[in-house]
Design a protein around this ligand. Structure first.
Ligand SMILES: *[C@@H]1O[C@H](CO)[C@@H](O)[C@H](O)[C@H]1NC(C)=O
Ligand SMILES: *[C@@H]1O[C@H](CO)[C@@H](O)[C@H](O)[C@H]1NC(C)=O
Ligand SMILES: *[C@@H]1O[C@H](CO)[C@@H](O)[C@H](O)[C@H]1NC(C)=O
Ligand SMILES: *[C@@H]1O[C@H](CO)[C@@H](O)[C@H](O)[C@H]1NC(C)=O
Ligand SMILES: *[C@@H]1O[C@H](CO)[C@@H](O)[C@H](O)[C@H]1NC(C)=O
Ligand SMILES: *[C@@H]1O[C@H](CO)[C@@H](O)[C@H](O)[C@H]1NC(C)=O
Ligand SMILES: *[C@@H]1O[C@H](CO)[C@@H](O)[C@H](O)[C@H]1NC(C)=O
Ligand SMILES: *[C@@H]1O[C@H](CO)[C@@H](O)[C@H](O)[C@H]1NC(C)=O
Ligand SMILES: *[C@@H]1O[C@H](CO)[C@@H](O)[C@H](O)[C@H]1NC(C)=O
Length: 603
């Protein structure tokens, strides 16, 4: 090897003397060389260029914190033993093609915090042993096709804090061993799906601070080995398409500090090996019931710092392995035991930073206050006023049954309500309920449907049922259910609508507008058939009849016109026009007997 190096020395002559200095036992000026560890340390030595005189057997070269501006072609050739090269924190704006040629043993290359704008294809040629490459904090704009073609053993690529606007489709060609890719604060406006799909060994992908608003379907296809996906600080990401994560088998997923207003339930559904899910710092307000049930192996769920107002009972049903639930800093007033699959498995619970209402619904938490790990942050009561600001650990066992209580829901006015009206009238039925926590009020229609807050028949915000433009078929009994965690109450009211009123002008409402659909049992097609038609049968018959009549009358008018025309100009019967007119007037209306006769007469 030494002989080869000497040979090259002679061959390159003066050029090499200027460009590079490799000689055993020497040490570049201003640098310190440690023989035993084969280290050359030139960090922070105000070097303006890469110095000469590296010992030929150097394994570690540190050139960080200097003022180096360029790296020339084959600048380090001869350093066959070199394993680590650190060029971080310089002012490098140019690296020539084949700059690292000959460093086949180089494992780690750091070019962090420089001024690179472009990476010419071939910069990394010869680096077949490279495992770790740090290109972060540069100004790289694009990754061109085949830039990394020769770094076939690269395992980790850091491309953080660049100005990347584009990653070419074959930019990552050759990176068949890459396991970890980090991109942070780039100006990419879409996911480089095609380029990423070449990284068959990728297990870890982190992309921070992108300005992408939608995660499209198949965004990460062919990344079969990917286990950890971190997407964070994408302030405009508000849409995660249902099939965006398809093809992935993740164990950890982070989509945090984005603009998601709902949990992307359908995108998550197939991730049955997921153990860690972090959707923190998104403006999510509600966790719906039973939609996360396929995440059988989920152990940690983070929903910190969102706008959570409500977690619907059953929200975490199916999550049998859930050990940690992080709900810190939301707007939750409670967390009911029925939201969880099994309370027994829960070890860590963060509920601090929520305006908790300390009533019977939180009794299950406070009872476990000594066993549950609150991660050092005790939940604190916000209401009722008597226990405001008190931490859970401050409560003695004795006062729990007195403080953490609820009053069951009770309907205040139980007088019978019955309305007998003519159709077209508007009717109100009140249902005022009281309880602690404030009960929810639900109305069930005579057809056993839950009445929604919108539509012709609706529930007003104060719990009153309003039936506008009452129809005969609205008649029946309606039930008001008031309920809270402590108990339920109900009343029944009657509505009898008499038909025949002249005041029948009703605005257009379809049945779906005012009733939530009944439990779906019908198939699509029959549901469509059952869909009420905006017109009744009578109207349809009239409309059809009208259409038929107008067809007949056009034929008749035609007939009469032709008849008179042929009478007046009786002599010129055999013209092409005569044949033509009847056919066009008949259109596609069928070759009725009338038409046939008509034509025959004319000819
Ligand atoms: C991402 O980049 C920002 C600056 O743009 C920096 O503050 C942050 O620490 C980086 N995050 C990571 C995890 O590297
Ligand atoms: C990338 O974005 C940063 C701000 O986030 C901006 O300063 C820079 O000019 C952008 N670069 C390009 C090439 O658009
Ligand atoms: C986030 O979404 C809201 C509406 O859902 C929108 O008004 C806001 O501009 C979005 N923020 C960003 C940074 O895109
Ligand atoms: C998904 O990953 C888990 C481990 O993380 C593995 O046991 C399982 O076989 C993988 N499934 C598929 C379909 O690759
Ligand atoms: C819960 O989330 C907060 C905010 O992201 C974080 O600081 C905290 O470490 C998390 N707790 C646990 C136990 O991970
Ligand atoms: C409920 O609200 C409606 C309209 O806002 C009002 O007409 C009705 O009197 C209210 N009912 C009760 C019981 O307060
Ligand atoms: C109240 O009614 C709901 C729904 O019917 C039921 O699930 C719940 O157990 C009832 N609560 C009480 C305390 O009876
Ligand atoms: C007809 O219905 C409208 C709207 O409900 C109502 O204002 C009007 O008084 C009714 N007229 C008669 C004659 O019932
Ligand atoms: C409903 O229709 C869709 C397509 O229109 C079909 O894929 C689905 O199987 C249908 N569902 C039922 C219950 O028929």
């Amino acid at each position: 090897m030494f002989v080869e190096s000497v040979g090259r020395w002679v061959a390159w002559g003066i050029l090499l003397q200027v460009g590079l200095g490799v000689s055993a036992g020497s040490c570049p000026p201003r640098c310190s060389c440690r023989l035993e560890t084969k280290e050359v340390i030139c960090s922070g030595k105000h070097l303006n260029s890469i110095p000469e005189g590296f010992p030929g057997d150097a394994k570690h070269v540190d050139l960080s914190y200097n003022k180096i501006r360029t790296v020339g072609r084959r600048q380090f050739s001869g350093l066959h033993e070199l394993q680590d090269l650190d060029l971080s924190d310089n002012m490098i704006s140019m690296i020539e093609v084949e700059a690292f040629q000959g460093l086949q043993n180089l494992r780690t290359l750091r070019i962090k915090n420089n001024r690179l704008k472009i990476l010419p294809v071939g910069v990394f040629s010869g680096l077949s042993g490279l495992r770790f490459l740090d290109l972060s904090q540069n100004e790289i704009l694009v990754f061109l096709d085949y830039t990394f073609r020769e770094t076939v053993n690269l395992q980790t690529l850091d491309a953080e804090e660049n100005d990347l606007v584009f990653i070419s489709q074959r930019a990552f060609f050759g990176l068949q061993s890459l396991q970890e890719l980090n991109i942070n604060r780039s100006n990419l406006t879409s996911i480089p799906t095609e380029a990423l799909s070449q990284l068959q060994s990728l297990t870890y992908l982190r992309m921070l601070r992108l300005t992408v608003s939608t995660l499209p379907n198949n965004a990460f296809r062919r990344l079969h080995r990917l286990r950890t996906l971190i997407l964070a600080n994408w302030p405009s990401l508000d849409t995660v398409a249902g099939n965006s994560l398809i093809g992935l088998n993740l164990t950890a997923l982070v989509i945090s500090s984005c603009n998601l207003s709902a949990v992307p339930y359908s995108a998550l559904r197939h991730l049955s090996y997921l153990r860690f899910l972090d959707l923190s710092y998104n403006p999510i307000t509600v966790i719906q019931g039973h939609l996360l049930r396929d995440l059988l192996r989920l152990q940690e769920l983070h929903l910190a710092g969102g706008n959570l107002l409500r977690i619907v009972p059953g929200a975490f049903k199916g999550l049998a392995s859930l050990r940690m639930l992080n709900l810190t800093s939301n707007q939750l007033t409670t967390l009911e035991e029925s939201t969880l699959h099994s309370v027994g498995n829960l070890q860590v619970l963060r509920l601090d930073g929520n305006p908790l209402s300390c009533d019977c619904r939180l009794l299950w938490v406070v009872r476990r206050r000594l066993r549950l790990n609150f991660d050092g942050r005790q939940p604190t009561c916000s209401s009722p006023d008597t226990v405001r600001q008190r931490e859970f650990r401050d409560f003695s066992e004795k006062e729990l049954p007195r403080v953490f209580t609820c009053r069951p829901a009770r309907i205040l006015d139980r007088r019978p309500q019955e309305a007998r009206v003519e159709d077209g009238t508007t009717v109100l039925f009140s249902c005022k309920a009281d309880g602690d926590p404030a009960p929810s009020v639900t109305w069930i229609s005579s057809h056993r449907n839950v009445v929604s807050p919108a539509g012709r028949i609706r529930v007003l915000p104060n719990g009153t049922l309003e039936v506008r433009f009452a129809q005969v078929h609205d008649s029946g009994t309606y039930q008001c259910l008031a309920g809270n965690a402590a108990g339920n109450d109900s009343i029944t009211v009657g509505l009898y609508v008499k038909g025949g009123s002249r005041n029948r002008t009703i605005p257009f409402f379809t049945e779906e507008d005012w009733l939530e659909p009944p439990i779906p049992q019908a198939t699509n097609s029959s549901a469509q058939l059952a869909k009420p038609y905006p017109f009744d049968a009578k109207t349809l018959i009239i409309a059809t009849t009208m259409g038929f009549l107008s067809f007949l009358s056009s034929v008749a008018i035609c007939f009469i016109f032709m008849f008179f025309w042929s009478q007046s100009k009786g002599q010129i019967k055999h013209t092409a026009t005569i044949d033509f007119v009847p056919r066009s007037s008949m259109g596609g209306g069928g070759d009725g007997g009338d038409g046939g006769r008509f034509t025959m007469k004319l000819i």
